[in-house]
Each structure stands twice: as structure tokens, then as C-alpha cells.
Design a protein around this ligand. Structure first.
Ligand SMILES: NC(=O)NC1=NC(=O)NC1=O
Length: 174
């Protein structure tokens, strides 16, 4: 895909295609639209990163709060965004045992109580066993450390979603 395709999109098309590269945060795409033209997808990603980095801590936490729980109620009801639904399904979170579901639910709420935002991980780079281990491990992090770890996961999700968009623009038939 030529980056020119993205650079030539009007605002509506840009938001339609890129609005959910950060889950439920179309403001980010709406902001970087005016920073085009982008040299390439890496340059576009850097604008996303710079936007997030420039936010106050409350804004960074707000981005995390826009993420659905891992294997939460919305996932079970199938009401997540298409990207999230797929990412969580691909991590094998559709076939949790009752015990795994209970454990994830307990750890998710303990994490949220401790940090004030939900546990976020790039599910497509993980699987249900690793997600459980990572949740247990990161629950022990200091808040400042965990905030940056969680945001790194948000950027990994963004990278994967941009790769999907690149492929879909390259070969719309797929
Ligand atoms: N809380 C989360 O980590 N959510 C998610 N991670 C993903 O990769 N997709 C999600 O919806």
C-alpha cells in the first residue's frame, strides 16, 4: 500500500479506516489527520506515540480506561469492536474453563482496584496461559512502571492494527 493512499484520505475516510487504531480513542486519529502527509506507517505511528507521550498522566490512564477487559462481559456477549473481538478470540479467550474465567475475573478486578485502569495486553501476541501469567506478574508492579508497561501494550496493539490496515489497503480482496 502506498502511504499516499492514507495521505490523500479526507477526514471522514481517515477516521473510518484509522479511527480505532487505539481502542475507542478516535480523538487520536482525528488529531494526527492534520499532521499528514506521513512519510510511511512508521512515521504515522510516531505521531500516535508522540500524542500519547504528550498527555498528562490522567490522559494516559484515560486511554487505558477506554480498553475493554480481557475476556470480560463484552467479549462474552460479542459486543466488542471488531478488532478487539478478533484479537481476544485469537488469543484463545473463547475457550476458558470455568476456573480460568473466575481467575481472570478476580485478577482483572484486583488489577483495576490497584491501578485504576484495566489490564491491557496485546492479546494477538499472547495466549490465555501467558495472559494469566502476565496479569499475575504485572499486578505486582509499581504504578508508574505499570502505566508505561500498559501503554507499551497499547502501542503494540496499534502496530498490529496498522499492519492489518496496510494489508487490507494493499489487497482489498482479502
Ligand atoms: N484489555 C485488553 O488487553 N484488551 C485487548 N487487548 C487486545 O489485544 N485487544 C483487546 O481488546
Amino acid at each position: 500500500m502506498s502511504i499516499q493512499m492514507i495521505n490523500s484520505m479526507d477526514f471522514e475516510e481517515f477516521i473510518d479506516i484509522l479511527g480505532n487504531i487505539i481502542e475507542n480513542c478516535p480523538l487520536i486519529a482525528a488529531t494526527i489527520w492534520s499532521q499528514r502527509p506521513f512519510k510511511d506507517l512508521t512515521d504515522l505511528k510516531k505521531h500516535v506515540f508522540d500524542f500519547i507521550e504528550a498527555l498528562p498522566q490522567s490522559g494516559k490512564e484515560g486511554i487505558l480506561r477506554c480498553h475493554p477487559d480481557i475476556a470480560g462481559r463484552e467479549f462474552e456477549q460479542g459486543t466488542l469492536t471488531p478488532q478487539s473481538q478478533r484479537e481476544q478470540r485469537e488469543a484463545g479467550l473463547s475457550d476458558l474453563s470455568l476456573e480460568e474465567r473466575r481467575r481472570l475475573g478476580h485478577l482483572n478486578s484486583a488489577y483495576k482496584t490497584r491501578f485504576g485502569f484495566p489490564f491491557v495486553i496485546a492479546a494477538r501476541l499472547s495466549d490465555k496461559a501467558t495472559i494469566l501469567k502476565e496479569l499475575e506478574r504485572r499486578l505486582k508492579n509499581q504504578p508508574a512502571q505499570e502505566l508505561s508497561t500498559a501503554l507499551e501494550e497499547v502501542l503494540k496493539i496499534c502496530h498490529l492494527r496498522l499492519e492489518d490496515i496496510r494489508q487490507s489497503l494493499e489487497d482489498p480482496a482479502k
